[in-house]
Design a protein around this ligand. Structure first.
Ligand code: NOJ
Length: 529
């Protein structure tokens, strides 16, 4: 298939992101262009036709910067270059140009909270010693106890164990994540200036925006006081007010600096990974001089129940009400079990995932798809010896980590690596039995997940029924969730356990057939009413 531009990018459409469908590419797992079993930029280039055909508006590419890969790229050794395993800057420029020619915008990950321990700044900090300006770019402290052998405070690392590691001269440094990811000191102007330089580096190359990693991190409270003791095992726990590692008021100063750079480049944007569950606290990140979007993770954490879904939607909309931002919906990403699996796996999980896709794409605002959502990829149970996530190692093997949701994408053929790579070996093994899951197998199959996503994205892009940013809840049979958008779109999701009548209106799309006048259980339908 030759790439055909499906849209052109209008320079005056500076608000394109408000209702865009973004596609998250976890680069290691999307497509491998050079046969080493690891996804890369060349692989992304080769699969742009798939993305254009799917109809996404923009990409978010996870970190592809030089990195020792202690956290698969979220440990950045140089934020202004490309890790050789993923390609080089010329390859990135070519990808950007080709995506733009197809009408697809490109956003990249920005990882401000921490660097890699291999970053030249951290190496300089280790060499320079206590009290030096080099150490002041990070959070080095003396330890507690008579000989300083206790960590400076009780903060746990998100990946397990203490958030502090001691260096040979006796000081400790803070790392909210792995020891290979030392936290930067955002109280130091040099750190903020360097972040701005990184942003300009990529914006000058033509990127359309950023996804900001740990956007609720960065600022730390003065004196680094102890926090309320908590279970230290969860990566993405609900970071409440007693958790001093996140959501400190000072973080908004950093967001204002980020936004000031974004505003120098009209038509660019930033979305924050903000794990803050309180609606009002979340809204603070979306003030007019801060982030344009923040992921609403409530759909990703909601149970598959009518109340669970309604609550997730109500809170997500409440969080953005009164801010300039639209909502921003996520069902899956590279940190959480995929929704096919969360919803029960197998045929049941897939049926629910189809309904969830129509729910997500019917809601007002932006939507993020995770690579493989469009194929209905499930998680894969991996044997211990192939696990790679730092969580697995840091937790002493009690937390399996996130590898299960990071399996490479199956593209074609009947056995591993299903067209992901030229060889059979992939950085995480792919299972047998995925022949029917491949993009190739699904492309021409009417009832496939891929066909459903294409149809949904096409309607969403072309039909006026999606107009308006509000949601009006509709009366619906018990166990159903139904709402109407101002443009006339009605979406009903049936979780009642039994078929319900199709609501009045012209059926636009169903996640399962509704021709007999009923909406089956675990099915969503779109209508124009
Ligand atoms: C959030 C990212 O999504 C996750 O994959 C990473 O491990 C942490 N931030 C640390 O950068």
């Amino acid at each position: 298939m030759s790439p055909e531009p499906n849209r052109t990018l209008s320079p005056t459409d500076t608000d394109w992101w408000r209702n865009a469908v973004f596609y998250q590419i976890y680069i290691r797992s999307f497509a491998d262009g050079n046969g080493d079993g690891v996804g890369d930029l060349a692989g992304i280039r080769s699969r742009l036709p798939h993305l254009a055909d799917l109809g996404v508006d923009a990409l978010w590419i996870t970190p592809f910067y030089p990195s020792p890969m202690a956290d698969h790229g979220y440990d950045v050794a140089d934020p202004r270059d490309v890790e050789p395993v993923f390609g080089d800057l010329a390859e990135f420029d070519a990808l950007l140009a080709e995506a733009h020619a197809l009408g697809i915008r490109v956003t990249v990950d920005l990882v401000p909270n921490h660097s890699s321990h291999d970053h030249e700044w951290f190496q300089a900090a280790l060499a320079a010693g206590p009290g030096s300006p080099e150490r002041a770019r990070y959070l080095f402290r003396d330890g507690r106890g008579p000989d300083g052998s206790e960590p400076p405070n009780n903060w746990p690392s998100v990946f397990g164990g203490p958030a502090w590691t001691r260096v040979p001269d006796g000081q400790w440094y803070l790392h909210i994540f792995a020891p290979e990811q030392p936290d930067l000191n955002f109280g130091n102007p040099e750190v903020v200036a360097d972040l701005e330089e990184t942003m300009r580096f990529w914006l000058d190359r033509g990127v359309d925006g950023f996804r900001i990693d740990v956007a609720h991190g960065m600022a730390k409270p003065d004196g680094l006081p102890d926090m309320v003791p908590m279970d230290d095992t969860g990566l993405l726990d609900d970071h409440g007010p007693g958790d001093h590692r996140f959501d400190q008021d000072g973080v908004h100063v950093v967001h204002r600096r980020i936004r000031a750079v974004i505003d120098e480049y009209p038509g660019t944007m930033a979305v924050g990974e903000v794990w803050v569950s309180d609606d009002e606290r979340l809204a603070q990140y979306l003030r007019e001089d801060e982030l344009q979007l923040a992921f609403n993770f409530k759909l990703l954490t909601a149970e598959w129940t009518p109340d669970g879904l309604r609550d997730a939607i109500t809170h997500s909309l409440a969080a953005v009400e009164g801010t300039p931002a639209p909502a921003c919906w996520v069902l899956s990403n590279h940190d959480r079990p995929r929704h096919v699996t969360r919803y029960g796996g197998g045929a049941l999980g897939t049926r629910r995932a189809r309904a969830a896709a129509l729910l997500q794409l019917a809601l007002p605002g932006a939507a993020y798809l995770y690579n493989g959502d469009e194929l209905g990829m499930p998680d894969v149970d991996l044997p211990d010896h192939v696990l790679q996530d730092p969580m697995w190692f840091r937790s002493g093997g009690t937390e399996r980590g996130r590898d299960a949701c990071r399996i490479p994408v199956p593209w074609s053929g009947t056995e591993p690596s299903y067209g992901f790579s030229s060889g059979a070996d992939t950085w995480l093994p792919m299972p047998d039995g995925w022949a029917s899951l491949t993009a190739e197998a699904q492309r021409t199959e009417d009832g496939s997940m891929l066909s459903l996503y294409r149809a949904a994205l096409e309607l969403r892009a072309s039909s006026p029924v999606f107009a308006g940013e509000s949601v009006q809840w509709l009366q619906a049979p018990d166990g159903c969730v139904a709402f109407r958008r101002p443009g006339g779109l009605v979406c009903l999701v049936n979780l009642s356990g039994a078929p319900v009548p199709v609501p009045e209106g012209r059926v636009l799309l169903g996640s399962a057939p509704v021709d007999d006048g009923t909406v089956p259980d675990d099915t969503a339908v779109w209508l124009h009413a």
